[in-house]
Ligand binder design. Structure first.
Ligand SMILES: Cc1cc2nc3c(=O)[nH]c(=O)nc-3n(C[C@H](O)[C@H](O)[C@H](O)COP(=O)(O)O)c2cc1C
Length: 198
């Protein structure tokens, strides 16, 4: 299913086509696909080139690792993410390597890397769905995270499937149109709240 963004100004096709399905075909990804996704993460820009992103990955072909990561998602997300080809959890190193000070942009930079991941997935003909619904304590425990390494989000990647493969309540959400605020409500000039777009 395609759900391209409706834009007021033309944008790049990969950005317009990316969306977050929940219906996935239970199919593994190739080593090359997974490698390309992770390179897209690696080459994101970051404040002071700190590269605060860390990724835990669990490929469908590695049943034990996949089950362990699936168990780190909240039940509502497990329902559909169990069919993904690849599960990931993004982590943020929240302190600078060189002086141990708090890196205020760590989460920002992880999000930026995830943005690149989404575009790369789309370019590979794959779909990606990020998840705030994760069990943070279980992630800390499962992956023996050290102080200063914070779980950020779950990520499911794979080949999209038809909405009919989902339970009916999720199928309905899958078919619903994508929604965004209007540019006039989020871009301002002069004072906050004064729309840039008249
Ligand atoms: C950080 C983050 C956390 C999200 N958490 C969840 C989640 O736990 N479960 C879920 O089904 N979707 C989740 N989403 C998907 C969003 O709901 C989705 O991106 C948003 O509705 C916009 O839709 P689109 O990505 O198709 O444009 C999350 C997305 C992001 C970026």
């Amino acid at each position: 299913m395609e759900k391209p963004a409706e834009t007021q100004f033309p944008i790049q096709d990969l950005i317009a086509r990316r969306w977050s399905p929940r219906a996935f075909q239970p199919k593994a990804l190739s080593r090359e696909q997974v490698g390309a996704l992770l390179e897209a993460v690696r080459w994101a820009p970051s404040s002071f080139n700190e590269q605060p992103w860390r990724m835990m990955v669990a490929e469908r072909g590695d049943a034990a690792a996949f089950e362990a990561m699936l168990g780190c998602l909240l039940p509502g997300n497990q329902t559909w993410a169990q069919h993904a080809g690849l599960l990931m959890v993004s982590l943020a190193q929240t302190r600078f390597k060189r002086n141990d000070r708090v890196n205020r942009h760590a989460f920002h930079d992880v999000g930026l890397a995830m943005g690149q991941l989404g575009i790369q997935a789309t370019a590979l003909g794959l779909s990606l769905h990020q998840m705030a619904g994760i069990d943070v304590d279980r992630i800390r425990q499962t992956y023996a995270l050290q102080e200063g390494c914070e779980p950020v989000a779950g990520v499911a990647v794979g080949y999209a499937a038809e909405p009919e493969s989902l339970p009916e309540n999720l199928a309905e959400r899958e078919r619903a149109p994508r929604q965004r605020m209007a540019l006039k409500d989020l871009v301002f000039t002069g004072t906050f709240g004064h729309p840039w777009l008249g």
